[in-house]
Unconditional design. Sequence first.
Length: 117
Amino acid sequence: MATRKNAFAGWFFVLGLGLASLHHGWTNYDQSKVLDFSGTIQKATYENPHVTAQVKAEDTTWTVVLAPVSRMQSRGVRAAVLEQGTAIRVVGYPHKQVPDEMRAERIFLDDKKYELR
C-alpha cells in the first residue's frame, strides 16, 4: 500500500513539473536590459494566463506579455483600452531566446501609467 501511495505521489510530482514547464517563467526575460518604446497596438488578447499585445514600434512588431487578466482589471486596464490602433508606451524586459518578445513591467496609455507587477 505504501508503494502505491509513493507511486501516486511521484506521478503527481512529475505531472506538476510538466505543467509548470508549460508556463513561461519570468526567468526567461533579461532584467538587465530594459526596453522602453512607444508603438501602436496591432492586436491584443485579453485572456489568461497573461494578456498579450502585438505592438508595432518602428520596424518591429513586438509580442508584449502583460499581466494576468485579474491584475490588469485591478490596475484599471480593461480589454476595451487595448484596441487595435491605440498608442502605447511599454517598459519591460526582452525574452532571452525569443526575438521580438518582451515582458512589460509598466505601460502608458493616454499618458496614464499602469504598473503591472
